[in-house]
Design a protein around this ligand. Structure first.
Ligand code: RIB
Length: 641
């Protein structure tokens, strides 16, 4: 595009265009001058450098001077750039890492004859001082996120108010323990923390310093999220979408769901929903793009003689789907310490006897292990479950880990062992559903007391700890002692041939053997009731013997009582004991009494035998609740008759 082209588009001579561009248009009609300028602007025409240096043409370049890295101001820049482009201006971007940088950029912008400059004011910059050497006619405007500097600015957004509103949004949902995560070296970190603190203060919530995380890397965020989920906190405020993405990833890695287990809210500089998040991220839009747009519009308005007043941009909420009422209460937390196995299941007509050779009907590989089964069982019923165990780094380990995560078990306490295979259980299942198990411990052997110690934080506020004995005996003893010290009730399944000594029995709240396991503890031909009584007398506070299709028997201080089994046709009884224990823990932790908790547990065990496998057969809450309702409506019909 040349002056000649402009002239021909405007229908005037090149000399006329030249006069207009050189501000020598006194003899030219106003209408013609405006027409020429309109075309110049429309085609973004740049005349020769001499015009720029003389500052004698209309339209062209604006400068943008930022006090930090492009990365930190990217949304501001994109808003500014869009506005400049819409007005037919080009933009020169200058980012300053130091005072010297700023002086160099300013003198260069002054010398190049830009039409105006947008200055971003931070805590260190003073508008008047910056422009002390500016050319007389140079138009400058300022933008800021600081309330203290807003008086000198044409555009202002209050980041700390956005942080406060975001926290208040979470408080309205009922969250009280809220973590905040920001970037340690980001210019907005102080505003973030100030807004967060203010919201807590105004709602009379005591600030916890361990809930504040200023970090430099995603590794730090991951470690913080993992640590925070050990406590009773329920929500996260994230400085930006990058941090929110890291929080999403970490929670999902540990089997925690948003917003079921934790709510997440992000501060966003990006206007509009961020639909890459699943569930969609709830965001407080801090209007950074709008701040850039507004500052450039003010600048160009001033250059072109239009009046402009301070635009104050209020934060806007994008509701998203990642914030909701907290579901869990600390009282429902259940810790599971136990084995994690890949179950190799062989279906046969009957369990072979010595010397017998049988043809298998079918084979299955399914996730199992008492610890993992109990964890999944409790999580499926709505428990807030933390699993502690060991897996190999092999394919089986990965499958088991996914099964825990997919079922909502917190896996932060699961250790991955690299030099041993994942534990295996070879299970023979007969046509009548009965089964026998042979185990290979593998990585479960590494479930030493130090693994439990490493997860000590999860025990704070826990209600129950489920302990199955398929792990080193020292770990069983350590865990029982640790629970006693913390006042956590234990539910122990005595699965190995080891007899539990009386001094250990005394520390157990619920001992839940099946008939065979009871026989190991108390051998002899006396009836179940007598054996249970003997374990009770030795110190176990509640003894519940599971009896398969005969139901179960409870012996404690108040009760000696039989409970019938739920009436189901058995396909595979392998995980019934785990289903029973996990349901017992969940219902007791919800405050149900022992009688109804055992009833629920028998329903859970009953439902679990109707399907293949241990973990895959565990019932969810809807199934148990509807079975419960069905049972009770039958009772009503019977009563009426
Ligand atoms: O209780 C059933 C479980 O015991 C199986 O899943 C198997 O892995 C064994 O640990």
């Amino acid at each position: 595009m040349t002056i000649k082209d402009i002239a021909s588009l405007a229908g005037v001579s090149p000399a006329t265009v030249s006069k207009v561009l050189n501000n020598k248009a006194d003899s030219i009609a106003e209408e013609t001058r405006e027409k020429v300028l309109r075309i110049v602007k429309e085609y973004n025409f740049r005349p020769f450098q001499k015009y720029i240096q003389n500052n004698s043409f209309f339209g062209g370049f604006v400068g943008l001077l930022l006090p930090g890295e492009t990365r930190e101001y990217s949304d501001f820049i994109s808003g500014a750039q869009a506005a400049a482009c819409a007005e037919g201006y080009s933009m020169v971007l200058c980012t300053c890492r130091s005072e010297a940088d700023r002086e160099k950029h300013l003198s260069s912008l002054f010398g190049k004859g830009v039409d105006g400059i947008v200055l971003y004011l931070d805590r260190e910059t003073n508008f008047e001082e910056l422009l002390a050497d500016a050319p007389d006619k140079l138009v400058c405007v300022a933008a800021t996120n600081l309330q203290s500097a807003s008086g000198q600015c044409e555009a202002y957004c209050d980041f700390s108010a956005a942080a406060k509103l975001a926290v208040e949004h979470l408080i309205r949902f009922g969250h009280r323990e809220i973590a905040v995560i920001g970037w340690r070296s980001h210019f907005l970190r102080e505003d973030l923390i100030a807004g967060y603190n203010k919201a807590l203060y105004e709602h009379e919530i005591i600030k916890q310093s361990e809930a504040i995380c200023l970090c430099d890397s995603s590794e730090e965020i991951t470690a913080f999220v993992r640590q925070f989920t050990c406590g009773s906190g329920t929500a996260f405020l994230c400085q930006d979408a990058q941090i929110a993405a890291c929080v999403y990833r970490t929670l999902s890695h540990y089997g925690l769901q948003i917003p079921r287990d934790y709510s997440v809210i992000g501060l966003s500089a990006h206007s509009g929903p961020l639909d890459v998040f699943e569930p969609e991220l709830t965001m407080m839009d801090v209007r950074f793009q709008d701040l850039g747009r507004s500052a450039v519009e003010a600048l160009i308005g001033n250059i072109e003689g239009r009046h402009h007043t301070l635009e104050q941009l209020s934060p806007q909420l994008w509701p998203g789907a990642s914030a909701a009422s907290p579901l869990h209460t600390a009282g429902k937390r259940i810790i599971v310490v136990g084995s994690m196995n890949m179950d190799v299941i062989v279906h046969l007509t009957h369990i072979p006897t010595s010397g017998e050779s049988l043809q298998a009907q079918r084979f299955l590989n399914l996730p199992g292990g008492k610890g993992a089964n109990q964890g999944v069982g409790a999580a499926k019923l709505g428990g807030n479950v933390y699993a502690i165990g060991c897996l190999g780094s092999d394919q089986e380990g990965r499958l088991l880990y996914s099964s825990l995560v997919e079922n909502g078990v917190n896996t932060a306490g699961v250790r991955i062992v690299h030099d041993k295979p994942t534990g295996k259980a070879y299970i023979l299942v007969a046509e009548n559903g009965e089964s026998t198990i042979v185990r290979s411990y593998g990585a479960n052997n590494d479930l030493q007391p130090d693994v439990v110690k490493a997860g000590a934080a999860y025990f704070e506020d826990a209600h129950f700890c489920l302990i199955s004995m398929e792990m080193p005996w020292e770990t069983v003893l350590y865990t029982i002692d640790f629970c006693l010290e913390k006042g956590i009730q234990t539910i122990v399944k005595p699965t190995t041939p080891r007899v539990i000594p009386a001094e250990v029995l005394k520390k157990i709240t619920f001992l839940v053997p099946n008939e065979k396991e009871l026989e190991v503890q108390i051998s002899g031909s006396q009836p179940v009731e007598e054996k249970a009584a003997s374990l009770f007398v030795s110190g176990a506070q509640n003894v519940i013997v599971t009896l398969g299709e005969k139901g179960c028997y409870l012996h404690n201080k108040e009760l000696k009582r039989h409970f019938p089994a739920a009436d189901f046709q058995a396909v595979d009884t392998t995980g019934a004991g785990d289903a029973f224990i996990s349901a017992l823990a969940v219902f007791l932790s919800e405050g149900h009494n022992i009688i109804s908790s055992i009833q629920f547990a028998t329903y859970a065990a009953g439902l679990s035998i109707t399907r293949d496998g241990a973990q895959t057969a565990l019932a969810d809450r809807v199934a148990i609740d509807s079975y419960y309702e069905q049972q009770h409506s039958n009772d009503l019909v019977l009563e009426k008759n």
